[in-house]
Ligand binder design. Sequence first.
Ligand code: GLY
Length: 580
Amino acid sequence: MHKALRPVLTAGVLAGLLAGCATTAPAHDGAPTAAAAAITPPGTAIASAHSLATEAGLEMIRRGGNAFDAAVAVSSTLSVVEPISSGLGGGGFFLLHDADSGRDVFIDARETAPASATPEAYLDADGGLDRDRATNGPWSAGIPGLPAALVHLAREYGELPLSTSLAPAIRIAREGFPVYERLERGYARRSAVMERYRGTREVFLADGDPPQVGETLRQPDLARTLELIAAQGFDGFYRGDVGQALIASVAEEGGRWTVDDLAGYEVRLREPIGFDYRGWHVVTAPPPSSGGVALAQMLQILGGWDLAAMEEPDRIHLVVEAMRRAYRDRTIYLGDPDFVDMPLALLTDPAYAAGLRATIHPDRATPSDLLSGQPVPLEDDETTHFSIIDGEGNRVSATQTVNLLYGSGLVAPGTGVLLNNEMDDFALKPGTPNAFGVMGFAANAVEPGKRMLSSMTPTFIESDDKVAILGAPGGSRIITEVLVGILGFDAGLDAQQVAALPRYHHQWLPDVISAEAGALSPSTVKTLEAMGHTVNAGEDTWGNLQAVAWDKRSGELSGGTDPRNPVGEAAVLPESTTNP
Ligand code: GLY
């Protein structure tokens, strides 16, 4: 087994790698051929944001399960060990490739608005947006989707019973896991909200103090809830004792969920978005994710240039201009496909991308004010991603979330379930900035039963030579993080190098390039500024990209875990070591 952890690449190292790869990267001139797709990987690779989750997935493979069983184990374990990012009280997107049928499937387990969630419910006495309701406590929570996804995955695609694939999560919830720095730091930021709620105090202040590094966090109620799902499937969460406890807890804190809100929850199966980029076939997330549409636009705009042959400032300028244009469309047009008509065929058409490309000046920034529309809703940077490929060629790319750090902060007493605050991803009051100072639109207005727009972008890319699976957290920066990752694979980087790539981002408004420390060299910043860009370089780091890759020619299987997160793990399990 191989565990990879390497430092974040600096701009200089990256430039060298890209230059070195420019001549050796495969020439891409078409979609992958059937002959290349006929072989299978020599084992399993899993990358996730926590080593306990990666190990839980590998345990399923050793027990004779497939990538989908591993996904149930990884997802449920992340729900236990990363309450800061995702959980049974949240939702997610699962992009699957079923090797038997050759089909790609997108399981939409996004939360839905409860029947009580009208726009008026989120207004204060003066008619303004009630920010506390939007982000904290019962009104901020959508009806969870993750438990339904776990049940669906196991039933439709898995080879092991849920009692087996949920066993690691149950064990870790009951026995506990070591608190790590990000968990402690995130708790400190959200403690004032979390400690409002009885059920939350029972979990996180069980020993009288907030969780601290060096301590063990045990969640026995969450273990019992997982056991009920293992025994009863959907009903174990959405009906019966757990469902009643969720409804009672929301009511106790002043909100309103009904039996029908929970019992009526369904995952949706959606057609993924697919398109070609320089010989890669990209398969990615459709609405209610905005990620796939934006990725299709950006990559199809960029497909008109040979980025690897360019100087860094020119390359960054063009990528930023593609980002600017895609984020504008994302804001205006996208929402829940069950509620909103969207011009998806147009937005993902190569000819549309060519039209956008023609509006890009080779060395002048386009001021965002010249593009009509209004600003983008921003999400916070929690959320988590994992990537899996198994020895049969099954693939999973999954991103799951409770939205902000520790979601709504509300744990339903007796369940261990921490509810999301995904309702803030709706444009709760169109025309009024949300918690992050930006506005939303009618396509993403709140309605009972509707799914809120997301940036989560679980993705596969495949060429004649390679399959790569990737995704990331990071709020509205998820999409550009995945974009930079795909450009890295296209330049010939390996999965670990891709996970470490320095990141930069533009989202139309505010009209600023933000970049991680070291992502852009001082001379690149100077040149970009001379082109008319505003650059905010080096203020922050973001994201937690998890990728796996299979080189179809050499047979090498590899994983990459984001070095910004010391508790993640990418691991490869050779076929010869599995014991079904
Ligand atoms: N809440 C983050 C997202 O769905 O994009």
